[in-house]
Design a binder for this molecule. Sequence first.
Ligand SMILES: Cc1ncc(C[n+]2csc(CCOP(=O)(O)OP(=O)(O)O)c2C)c(N)n1
Ligand SMILES: [Mg+2]
Length: 355
Amino acid sequence: MIRLLSPQGVLEGEPDPTLTESKLVKIMKDMVAARVFDDWMLRIHPMGRVSRYAPAEGQEASMVGSAHALSEVDWVFPTYREFPVLIARGVPLVELQNRMFANSRDVLKGHEITLYGDRWRRIVVGAGGVSLMAPIAVGMAMASKSAGEKSVFIVYMGDGATSKGDFHEAINFAGVFKTPVIFFCQNNQWAISVPVSLQTRAETLAVKAEAYGIPGVRVDGNDVLAVYTVVRKYVEAARAGGGPAFIEAYTYRIGAHTTADDPRRYRSEEEVRRWRELDPISRMRKYLTAKGLWSVEEEERFIEEFREELRKATEIAESTPPLKPAAILEDVYGETPWYIADELEELERYSAETL
Ligand SMILES: Cc1ncc(C[n+]2csc(CCOP(=O)(O)OP(=O)(O)O)c2C)c(N)n1
Ligand SMILES: [Mg+2]
C-alpha cells in the first residue's frame, strides 16, 4: 500500500512536485469544507428538508485528493457519495443545493435524485445503479481519444462495484483499447451491510487489474498526499497515451451508507473507533501545522465562513420556487411520444387542481 504521510502526520515519502504550499492549503480547506457539508446535510435531513444524503466522512482524502489531481479538461464520473469531489471541482454551493432541493433552478430538472452533473465542469451525472457508469466512462474516453483530445476520464466506484459485470466489461475494454480512464475505487470496507470479505476472495481489489493487463495500485485512502500523487501519476500517464489504471483507495466509511441506513445493525463500534484514529483530516492538519501552513484558529475561522456560506446557499435554494412536476419529462425525449404527451397533460391538469 502506497503511503506518504504517517497517521501521525509525518512525511515518509516524496509527494508530487505540483503540491505547492498554496495547493496543500486549498486541499485542506476542501477536506474541511466537505466535512462541514456532510455535517450540515445530516442535520437538515431529519428536519425533512432533503430526502436523502450519502455521507462521505472518513473518505475526504480519497475524494478531494483525487479531484485535485485532475485538470479542467478531464471528465469526472461521481457516484452518490462524491460531494467532496464536487466541492473540490468548484461546483458553487447554491447550484449543489438547487439540485438537492430539486427546485426550479435545478440544473438536472429533478432527474436523478441526489446526484449532480454539469457539462461546464465536465461532471457526468451518475446513474444510481452500482458500477453502471464504468462502461459509459470507457465509451466516452474512447470517443475522446479518437477525436484526438487529451482528456482523461475518472470513474468513481466503491468496493461493491468490483463485483458487478459492468465493471469487468469496462476495465477489460479499457485495457484492450488503451482508453484514458482511471478506475478510482474507494474500498471503504462496506457495500451497505456487505463487507469486502464477502465481495471477493482476492487479497486486494487492486490485484484485479492484473488480469486485464493494466496497472493496479492500492493507496492509503486516508493519506491525501499519497492519493493525489498516485492519481496524478496515472492521470498524466493516461493523457500521454499510456492507457487506463485501477486505483484502490483503502479507506473507511465512518457514517451510514445513506440516511436510510443504520450501520449499528451490522458492524461494531470498535471497528469505527479504530478507523476514526486514522482520520484523514487530522493527519493533514498535523502535517500542515508542523509546516506552519495551518492552525487551529485558521481552521475554526474557515469553518465559520464556510458554514455561513452554506447556510445562505441552502436558504436561497430552499426559497426558490419548486420545479413544475412536468419538468421531470423535459430533456428526456427528442420527440415526445403520444402516450407520454397524454400523461403530461394529465399530470399538468392534476397539478393545477391539487398543488
Ligand atoms: C445494480 C445495483 N444493485 C444494488 C443497488 C443498491 N445499492 C446502492 S449502493 C449499494 C452498495 C454499493 O457499495 P460500494 O460499491 O462499496 O459503494 P459505497 O456505497 O460503499 O460507496 C447498493 C447495493 C444499486 N444501486 N444498484
Ligand atoms: Mg463500499
